[in-house]
Design a protein around this ligand. Structure first.
Ligand code: MCN
Ligand code: MOS
Length: 776
C-alpha cells in the first residue's frame, strides 16, 4: 500500500539520463576540466613544488600517551646531512592563533611542541636535513624518555568510560519526551556506537614553507587558504597580507585540510631559522596521530510510538570523544532532531576526554554518526511494529522543521523515497528477516534516510575577459576533487556566452579573491553565486564596449547584444556577428576585469576579513524564514555468508534532493564518493587504539581498511531535486557530504533483514556477525 501512497510523488523525470543541456552552462554534464592535467601529471600538487635550496623535515613523535618527556637530540644533531633539530627546550615562543570563530587564543607564549605528552604519537620534536632520507634517519636517533602513560584516559567505548561533560550550546528540547515515552505503546531502546574513523586522503598532509624577509609563502594542501593564512600570520606575528598559501590542487581533504595544525609551525619556524625553504610531508602513519579523524560516538536512543506507528517521543543521550586540549563535538543531536515529526524530543550530548589528538571534521560531521543511531532505531521500531520501514518513515514525515517549526525551503524526501524504492524494487521486499536466500548467502534489503544542512557564506570573485576572447575566473576557493574548477568555468561560460573551453579558472591561492572554507558543503553554492555576479558584470561591460565604442563594428546595433559561442551579434541578426577577440582588436580596449562580491552592502574591510578567515558569517541565519537541507534516501542489498560472517554489499540505490545540480555528472560522482565512505563506515573502517598505552594500532593503509573497488557495487544515484532559490542564489543545495549520510544504517538494516542479527556497533565485521544471535 505504501507504493500507492507514494505514487503521486514519483518524479516524472528522474535518474541520471543526460538531459541534453550544453556543457557550457550550469546543469550541463561537463567532464572535469582539471582532469587532463591530473591524469597526465601536469597538475603540480603543493608538496611537489621544488624551490631552490629545499631542505626536509622529519617529525619525531611521543612514545607515550601522557606525562613529562625529555628529548635528547644530540645524536641526531651530529648525524649526516642534519641542518637543524627542533626540541621543546629550544623552540622559541610564538603566539597562539585565534580559533575559527576569530576568538583570540590564550595570552602568553605558545609553542607547537612542549615537554609534556598529551597523546601517543603527538609531534614533539623535528629534524631538518639536506635530504628526506637523512632527516628520517636522524629523527630515529632522537631519544625520548617519558613516564609510561601514567595519566592515560580511557576511550569512549571502554566499559569504564566516564560520563563526560556537557556541551554548549545545551540540550535540544521540545515537549516532554520522558512523559511521552512513559505513555507510549511501543518503546525501542538501544545504544549505537561508531569508532574513531580516519580521513586517509591519498595525499598526506604537509607543507613547503619559505620566507622572504617577513613575507611567508606556503605550499600546502588547504581547504581554506584565507583561514589557515590567518592562523600562520598570528602565530608568527606578521600581517595577514604577508602570508601567501598556494594550494591549486588537493589530493582529498574530507575535512582534514581546513585547519593550521600546530605541527605546521615547526616547518615555518625552521624555514625562518635556516633562511631556506623547508618541506614537511607527514608519513602515512603520522597522518593517524597528527590529525584526529572522526571522533568515536555513542548514542543511546529511546523512541516511542503509538499502535499505528506514530512517533510520540524521542530521547537521545549521546557522547563523543575529544582530546585533553580542545573540544570537538561530534554531536548526533541535531541530525536526530530534523528527520521526523515528533511532538516530544530531547537530545543531550556529552564529551569524553581521551589521550588522543583532537578529532575533527570528517565528511558530514555529526550528521553521519547521528543518522546511524536514528535510522537503525527507526528500523528496529518498524520491526517491533511489524511495519514496513519506509511506511514508518512516511507516517512520521516532517512537513516542517520539527525543531524550529519553520517551513522547509524544499524537502523532496518523499520523492526520493518514491524514486529510490521504485528503482530498487523495494515493494517486493518480504517483511520478515531471513526470508531471502541464494545458495549459502542470506540476502537482505535495508533502507535509511539522511540530511545535510544548506550553509552559505558571502564570497568574492574576479572575472577577466582577455583580448584573445578567453575568460578567466579567479578565486581563493579550493578544489579537492569535488569539481570547483569545472562548475565555475560553466558559470562564467553561461553568463558571458562562451564555450566552456574558453574559460580558465584559477583557484586555491590566498592572493586571489577571498573565499570561505570549502567545508560544510557550501562552496559550490556560494562560489557560483559570486562568479555569476562577476561574470554578468563582465558581460555587461563587453556589451557596452561593443555598443558605444566609436571603432566597434557593432556600435549603434541597438540596446543590447546577444553573445553565444564567443561571438556578439545584434538580436535577431542571424549573421556571423563579431568575435570577442575582433571586438578588442577593433577598439584597442585592453580587456575586461571585474571584481564582485556577495557581501552585505556597506561591508567594511574588517567584515571582509572576518568573512573569509572565520566561520562567523557562515550559515543562513536564525532570521531566515525557512529551514533548508539536502535530503537523501538509500536502499541497500547485502549478501551475508552466515558461516563465514562476511557481508557483501551487492546493490545501492541513492536518491538525492540537493536542489538544482550545477553539474549532474559531478554531483552524482560526489554522492557516490560519499556513499563509498559510508560503505567503509558500515563494514570496514575502525581506528583501533591499544587501551593500555593509547597507541594507534592500525596506522597504515594495510590495516586501516577503506573500501576498494571490490567492496563497491555499482551505485545508482537518482536526482530528485528541483531548483531551490530560497536555499541559494542559483538554486542549488548541499552536495559534497550528503552522500555518506544514511549509508551505514541502510547497510546495517539490510544485514538485520538478511540475518535477523542487529549489529549496533560499527563496523559490521565478520566476528560481530558470527557472535550476534539472531532476534536477540
Ligand atoms: N554540486 C552540484 N550542484 C550543487 C552543489 C554541488 O553539481 N547544487 C557539485 C559540484 O561539482 C561541486 C560539488 O558538487 O563542486 C561539491 O559542492 P558542495 O556541496 O558545495 O561542497 P564543497 O565544494 O564545499 O566541497 C566540500 C565538501 C566537503 S565539506 C567534504 S568533507 C568533501 C566533499 O566536498 N571532501 C571531498 N567532497 C569531496 N570530494 C573529493 N573528491 N575530495 C574531498 O576531500
Ligand atoms: Mo567537510 S568535513 O565539512 O570539509
Amino acid at each position: 500500500m505504501t507504493a500507492e501512497i507514494l505514487a503521486p510523488f514519483l518524479p516524472r523525470k528522474h535518474g541520471s539520463a543526460d538531459d541534453g543541456l550544453p556543457e557550457g552552462v550550469l546543469g550541463g554534464r561537463l567532464a572535469r576540466i582539471d582532469g587532463p592535467a591530473k591524469v597526465t601529471g601536469a597538475a603540480a600538487f603543493s608538496l611537489e613544488h621544488r624551490p631552490e635550496g629545499l631542505v626536509y623535515m622529519a617529525l619525531v613523535r611521543a612514545p607515550v600517551a601522557a606525562g613529562a618527556l625529555t628529548v635528547d637530540a644530540e645524536a641526531a644533531r651530529a648525524a649526516p646531512g642534519v641542518v637543524a633539530t627542533l626540541t621543546p627546550e629550544t623552540f622559541p615562543a610564538l603566539a597562539s592563533a585565534s580559533d575559527w570563530t576569530g576568538a583570540p587564543g590564550p595570552e602568553g607564549p605558545w609553542r607547537p611542541i612542549g615537554p609534556e605528552a598529551r597523546w601517543m604519537g603527538q609531534p614533539v620534536a623535528a629534524v631538518v636535513a639536506e635530504t628526506w632520507e637523512e632527516a628520517a634517519e636522524a629523527a630515529a636517533l632522537v631519544r625520548i624518555s617519558g613516564e609510561d602513560g601514567a595519566a592515560f584516559a580511557s576511550d569512549l567505548h571502554a566499559p569504564d568510560a566516564p560520563e563526560g561533560f556537557a556541551m554548549e550550546p545545551a540540550d535540544i528540547v521540545w515537549g516532554d519526551a520522558e512523559a511521552a515515552l512513559a505513555g507510549a505503546e511501543t518503546v525501542i531502546e538501544a545504544t549505537y556506537r561508531t569508532p574513531r574513523e580516519h580521513h586517509v586522503a591519498i595525499e598526506p598532509h604537509g607543507m613547503i614553507a619559505q620566507w622572504d624577509g617577513d613575507r611567508l609563502t606556503i605550499h600546502e594542501p588547504s581547504q581554506w587558504v584565507d583561514g589557515m593564512a590567518r592562523a600562520h600570520a598570528e602565530r608568527f606575528g606578521i600581517p595577514f597580507e604577508n602570508v601567501r598559501i598556494v594550494s591549486p590542487y588537493i589530493g582529498g581533504g574530507f575535512g582534514s585540510k581546513a585547519m593550521a595544525y600546530a605541527w605546521s609551525a615547526l616547518a615555518i619556524q625552521a624555514a625562518r631559522d635556516l633562511g631556506r625553504p623547508v618541506k614537511l610531508a607527514l608519513t602515512r602513519a603520522q597522518t593517524f596521530t597528527a590529525l584526529g579523524g572522526r571522533a568515536a560516538t555513542r548514542s543511546t536512543l529511546r523512541i516511542g510510538a503509538d499502535a499505528e506507528g506514530k512517533l510520540v517521543g524521542i530521547d537521545l543521550n549521546s557522547a563523543s570523544e575529544t582530546s585533553l586540549d580542545a573540544i570537538w563535538p561530534e554531536n548526533p543531536g541535531p541530525p536526530a532532531s530534523e528527520m521526523y515529526a515528533v511532538p516530544n524530543f530531547r537530545a543531550r550530548h556529552r564529551l569524553v576526554q581521551v589521550n588522543s589528538v583532537t578529532p575533527g571534521a570528517l565528511r558530514a560531521p555529526g550528521e553521519s554518526p547521528g543518522a546511524f543511531g536514528l535510522e537503525c532505531a527507526m528500523d528496529e521500531l518498524a520491526w517491533a511494529l511489524r511495519m514496513d520501514p519506509l511506511s514508518l518513515r512516511l507516517k512520521n514525515y516532517a512537513e516542517t522543521d520539527p525543531r524550529s517549526g519553520k517551513p522547509w525551503s524544499t524537502r523532496r524526501l518523499r520523492e526520493a523515497f518514491a524514486a529510490g524504492a521504485e528503482r530498487f524494487g523495494w515493494w517486493d521486499r518480504p517483511l520478515a528477516p531471513r526470508s531471502m536466500r541464494e545458495g549459502r548467502e542470506l540476502i537482505g534489503w535495508g533502507m535509511a534516510s539522511g540530511a545535510f544542512p544548506v550553509i552559505n557564506t558571502p564570497a568574492e570573485a574576479r572575472v577577466r575577459i582577455g583580448t584573445d576572447g578567453r575568460a578567466e575566473v579567479l578565486s581563493g576557493g579550493t578544489e579537492m576533487g569535488q569539481g570547483t574548477y569545472t562548475i565555475l568555468a560553466q558559470t562564467a561560460a553561461e553568463a558571458i556566452g562562451l564555450p566552456a573551453g574558453a574559460v580558465s579558472v584559477r583557484l586555491g591561492d590566498s592572493e586571489l579573491p577571498g573565499a570561505p572554507v570549502s567545508g560544510g558543503s557550501q562552496l559550490a553554492n556560494l562560489m557560483t553565486g559570486a562568479v555569476m555576479k562577476a561574470a554578468r558584470a563582465a558581460r555587461d561591460e563587453l556589451v557596452a564596449l561593443a555598443l558605444t565604442h566609436p571603432a566597434s563594428p557593432l556600435r549603434d546595433a541597438g540596446n543590447d547584444l546577444e553573445i553565444s559561442g564567443g561571438r556578439l551579434r545584434a538580436p535577431r541578426d542571424g549573421g556571423e556577428g563579431v568575435s570577442i577577440a575582433d571586438l578588442f582588436a577593433a577598439t584597442g580596449a585592453p580587456g575586461i576585469d571585474v571584481m564582485r562580491d556577495t557581501l552585505p552592502e556597506g561591508s567594511t574591510a574588517q567584515d571582509r576579513f572576518e568573512t573569509f578567515t572565520t566561520v562567523t558569517r557562515m550559515g543562513r541565519g536564525a532570521n531566515s524564514p525557512t529551514a533548508s537541507m539536502s535530503w537523501i534516501a538509500h536502499f541497500a542489498e547485502v549478501r551475508v555468508d552466515e558461516d563465514f560472517g562476511t557481508v557483501r554489499l551487492s546493490r545501492l540505490v541513492s536518491a538525492v534532493d540537493a536542489g538544482r545540480l550545477y553539474n549532474p555528472r559531478l554531483a552524482e560522482s560526489q554522492v557516490k564518493g560519499g556513499a563509498i565512505m559510508g560503505i567503509g563506515m558500515a563494514l570496514l573502517e575502525e581506528g583501533v587504539i591499544d587501551r593500555r598505552f593509547g597507541r594507534a594500532i592500525n596506522d597504515n593503509l594495510g590495516d586501516y581498511l577503506a573500501p576498494t573497488q571490490a567492496d563497491v557495487p555499482g551505485i545508482e544515484v537518482i536526482d530528485v531535486g528541483v531548483p531551490d532559490y530560497d536555499a541559494s542564489a542559483l538554486g542549488g543545495k548541499a552536495v559534497g557530504e550528503i552522500g555518506i549520510v544514511g549509508v551505514a544504517p541502510a547497510i546495517a538494516n539490510a544485514v538485520f533483514h538478511a540475518t535477523g542479527k542487529r549489529i549496533r556497533d560499527l563496523p559490521i565485521t565478520l566476528e560481530k556477525v558470527l557472535e550476534t544471535p539472531a532476534f536477540a
